[in-house]
Design a protein around this ligand. Sequence first.
Ligand code: NAP
Length: 419
Amino acid sequence: MPYAPGFPIPPSSPPRAPLNAAAPKSLLITGVTGLLGATLIRDLLLDGRSLAVVVRRSRKQSAAARVEAIMVHWEKTLGKRLPRPTVLEGDLTRPLCGLDADARRWVGEHCDELLNNAASLTFRGSDRAEEPWRTNVTGISQVLALARETGLRHVHHVSTAYVCGLRSGLVMEDDLDVGQPFGNDYERTKVEGEKLVRAAAEPAGGFLDTATVYRPSIIVGDSSTGWTSTYHGLFAGLRLGHTLLTKVTKGTTSGPALLGLIGVALHDTKNFVPVDWVSAVIAHAVQTPSARGTTYHLTHPEPLLMDMVGRLIQQAVESYSQDASPDDPDLCDEQWFADNLGTQLDIYKSYLRNDPTFDRSHTAAIAGHLPCPPLDMPTLMKMAKFAIDHEFGRKSPWLAAAETSPAPMQARRASEGIR
Ligand SMILES: NC(=O)c1ccc[n+]([C@@H]2O[C@H](COP(=O)([O-])OP(=O)(O)OC[C@H]3O[C@@H](n4cnc5c(N)ncnc54)[C@H](OP(=O)(O)O)[C@@H]3O)[C@@H](O)[C@H]2O)c1
């Protein structure tokens, strides 16, 4: 079956053949090989939006092959064909995101908006020449430079609810830098990145017509399937429980005890949001011109009590993890973890600390018809099962990963007469 007509399909460079003049303009997106970005391209393509993506090559795969693996995954999951995005190989840390003059000309002619979703989720790093600064601050300058050079006037940017740092109380969607202290360098970089994007849309000195900012809280897996491709946030605590259970004798610890070990109070709350909802709201906002120019807290109206997270960890590892054998000579105890995992425990602490209240009036105004799915125990258990079954990322999340390579992709395109 041929791909839908009208969608540009070059693998890693702009199309050689002229596009149909009536072809819809594309949305240029970054970060589509990650958890949220991959879900976003699925949803936007299902909505019929034409897309172009900026992706870096990996050690083993070209940018085009990486995107193709994601597309084949979604086609298998959905049981239907999807049009392909145009793939532009690039890297946010390079000048103009590493797009050469031809690619930039192509963007100028064929794209009308930009959604910057790429980021480094490295939490610690004070050297501004390294991550997370390189991608989240220098990289955003390059994204904006690219938008300016190619004439893109509307930029959407994925930030984080945790630009609020260590604030407590009520945090409004228009708040940004109120002199708050931060929990880690990642949060600092996301504030600086957001400031750059907002400044680019200032009437004085800016060049954008609108900058729209989306601030999710901690993103977890898909609420209906449990699928995820990364294991931050909620999964960090679960992974600790899973690892501990495979190292200590069953019954000598518990999920709530583990949270105590990392200094989490069970009456604290944490805001988690399923990736399918975050993607649905962004996809809707990107395609709703009246939603432009605003900042949105993409947060759950009902944050989770840490007590429930403790019970989830307990129930999930008991149901899905492999128990430690009492005869295992490598058996440890909780104290061993406390003594040996100091740095990692700090990272868990900064993920699972108590949250402020996120005002979500702007989000409710544009996405009232998209209620956030409840994160009840059965839904969370589905996500935990996926994480444990996929060994927290050791097994690929992409159904197509084992069988997709650039060669068959080229062959299929040729046989379909695309070029
Ligand atoms: N996950 C959360 O809990 C959470 C919460 C709030 C906000 N957010 C925000 O949501 C967005 C998406 O996060 P995610 O969870 O989907 O992250 P993710 O799974 O780690 O994906 C990050 C994406 O950014 C790309 N990227 C990173 N550095 C790049 C660079 N220098 N050049 C080009 N691409 C680069 C990655 O490409 P590679 O595959 O090549 O590495 C990947 O596609 C980010 O802006 C993040 O700050 C995430």
